[in-house]
Design a protein around this ligand. Structure first.
Ligand code: BEZ
Length: 227
C-alpha cells in the first residue's frame, strides 16, 4: 500500500492493491497489464446518479476497448450487492456492465486513492463514514496516473469527456502535439512547444503559426487514437 502522506498526483505510479470485484479477485497492477485503465468510483450501490453513470460506461465500453482501455468501477459496498445492482442498471439503461466493479465496503481502495469527500460533512453514509466521491483516474500501460478528476456526489460524470481525454493522451503520446480547448479527434492540434519550427516543417508540413507560441496543425485521422 502507498504511503498516503504522499498525495497522488499526475505522474504518480497508480498504487497497487488486491480487491474483490464482480468478476473475481484482482491484483490491480496485474489487471492493468499492458493496457490503459479507467478506474472510477461511486458513492453507493442502488443510488440514482451512479446507476445512470454505470449504464453509460457500459454502453461506451466498446469505444474504450478499441483504444486498448479497460474499465473498472468501484463502489463502497460488497460485490454481492453490486451483483444485484448490475441487473437494475441493465434494466434501466440497457447497458450490460461486464467490466469489474470493486467491492470496497471498507473504503480501503477509496482511502488509498483519496476518493473521499472531506469538505462536505453532510456527505456521509448512515454510519457517519464519508462517502466515496466520483473520482476518475486514467492510468497508462506504464501504470502512471495521467488524469485525476473529482466530481461531487450530486453531479454525474460525462463519459464522452473521459473518452476524449483518452484520445488526447494517446494522440499526444504518438505525436509531438498537445490538444486545444474542446478538441475532438479530427480537429486541428497544437504543435508541442518543444518542437522547433524547423522540425515542425518536417513533421507537420501544413502547420500554421498563429503566435510564436501557438502553432496549429491538422493531423491525419490515422495518427489519432480514435482512428
Ligand atoms: C447518487 O448516485 O444518486 C448519489 C449517491 C450518493 C449521494 C448522492 C447521490
Amino acid at each position: 500500500m502507498a504511503d498516503r502522506a504522499t498525495p497522488l498526483r499526475l505522474g504518480s505510479i497508480a498504487p497497487n492493491f488486491d480487491a474483490e470485484t464482480t468478476n473475481g479477485p484482482i491484483n490491480f497492477h496485474d489487471f492493468i497489464g499492458d493496457n490503459w485503465v479507467v478506474l472510477f468510483s461511486h458513492p453507493e450501490d442502488y443510488t440514482p446518479v451512479c446507476t445512470t453513470e454505470l449504464g453509460a460506461f457500459a454502453k461506451l465500453e466498446p469505444e474504450f476497448t478499441k483504444r486498448g482501455v479497460k474499465l473498472i468501477g468501484l463502489s463502497a459496498n460488497t460485490v454481492e450487492s453490486h451483483g444485484g445492482w448490475i441487473k437494475d442498471i441493465a434494466e434501466v439503461s440497457g447497458g450490460k456492465v461486464s467490466f469489474p466493479i470493486i467491492g470496497d465496503k471498507q473504503r480501503q481502495v477509496a482511502y488509498l486513492y483519496d476518493m473521499l469527500d472531506h469538505q462536505d460533512t453532510t456527505n456521509v453514509d448512515s454510519k457517519g463514514i464519508a462517502f466515496t466521491i466520483r473520482s476518475v483516474f486514467i492510468i497508462d500501460p506504464k501504470k502512471t496516473i495521467r488524469l485525476i478528476l473529482s466530481y461531487p456526489a450530486s453531479t454525474g460524470r460525462n463519459t464522452a469527456e473521459v473518452l476524449r481525454v483518452v484520445d488526447s493522451l494517446q494522440t499526444g503520446d504518438k505525436n509531438r502535439i498537445t490538444t486545444p480547448i474542446n478538441w475532438l479527434p479530427g480537429d486541428d492540434v497544437i504543435v508541442h512547444p518543444s518542437v522547433s519550427n524547423e522540425l515542425a516543417k518536417e513533421l507537420f508540413p501544413d502547420f500554421k503559426i498563429v503566435k510564436p507560441y501557438l502553432r496549429f496543425t491538422p493531423l491525419p485521422k490515422e495518427k489519432t487514437s480514435a482512428a
